[in-house]
Design a protein around this ligand. Structure first.
Ligand code: ADP
Length: 261
């Protein structure tokens, strides 16, 4: 009886080990798949501007009597594609650096109100092109332990998107609040909104709701995944609330005090 008992125990243990092993294999396979997907996405994204530049350059090369205006126009387009390529590479480097885990946060106590205010000041001229009003509502002064450069990227990305995906004569409202443990940054806009079934994907790398439209607005599709990465590094959370045709609100919550893990 005892022998049978031991055998039975051994058998379940072996079964457990096999199950865990299979789960591990499954996880590794998934990671590998997403890595391959990422590399394939990166290659595609990097190739797109190059293809455009090649087409633009080819159509000028070997042509006789090309009007000066056409030269100017095509060269301007080529310069735009170079800027775009540059943006993608910068975003990618930021992501890869954070992913590799050797990108430490450079924490200091930062006046968040001032940081947000100065970011808004920098972005208002872009908003003015579409006559979009950008306002800051701060409910209380916030001093928090953050990586100033990285947190600035979070604010910049969210507000840039709120302007980019907005309508003429729209508004962007940024609010800042805090309790004893966290501070809350809200970026609300009166823009085009995001369909319900797309909302869960917007933090994925290279995801854009409408590729054609997003390309016109000059995005890389990496901004929100960088934003989320930075927030997670700060042990924070980010949520999106959106209604198509009405607008979008992002809510970021970050601990006031940073505790090294
Ligand atoms: P992009 O560089 O394309 O802006 P992001 O990663 O910043 O990339 O955003 C991913 C996608 O999420 C965008 O292409 C856009 O479709 C959608 N999106 C982001 N912010 C907003 C917003 N405030 N309003 C509507 N759509 C948004």
């Amino acid at each position: 009886n005892l022998k049978a008992n031991i055998e039975e125990k051994g058998e379940t243990e072996v079964k457990n080990i096999i199950r865990e092993f299979n789960q591990m294999v499954e996880i590794i396979a998934k990671q590998d798949e997403s890595r391959q997907q990422f590399v394939s996405n990166v290659s595609h994204e990097l190739k797109t501007p190059i293809t455009s530049m090649k087409v633009l350059a080819d159509s000028l090369v070997g042509q006789e009597n090309v009007p000066e205006e056409l030269y100017q126009e095509f060269l301007t387009d080529i310069a735009k594609e170079i800027d775009r390529e540059n943006d993608i590479i910068t975003d990618l480097l930021n992501l890869v650096r954070m992913d590799s885990g050797n990108d430490k946060l450079n924490i200091s106590t930062v006046n968040i109100n001032e940081l947000v205010e100065s970011t808004l000041k920098r972005l208002r001229p872009i908003a003015e092109v579409k006559n979009i009003e950008v306002v800051l509502e701060s409910f209380r002064p916030v001093m928090a332990d953050v990586d100033e450069v990285k947190f600035n990227m979070v604010v910049t990305n969210l507000v840039e998107n709120a302007i980019k995906y907005n309508v003429t004569d729209g508004w962007v409202r940024v609010s800042l609040n805090a309790d004893h443990q966290y501070f809350y940054l809200k970026v609300a806009d009166s823009g085009i909104g995001i369909e319900d079934d797309q909302q869960e994907h917007i933090f994925e790398r290279f995801f854009r709701v409408d590729k054609a439209r997003a390309r016109e607005t000059g995005g890389t599709g990496l901004g929100l995944s960088i934003t989320k990465n930075i927030i997670l590094l700060h042990e924070g959370t980010v949520k999106v609330h959106s209604k198509e045709g009405e607008g979008t609100t992002f809510t970021v919550r970050i601990p006031l005090k940073y505790i090294e893990q």
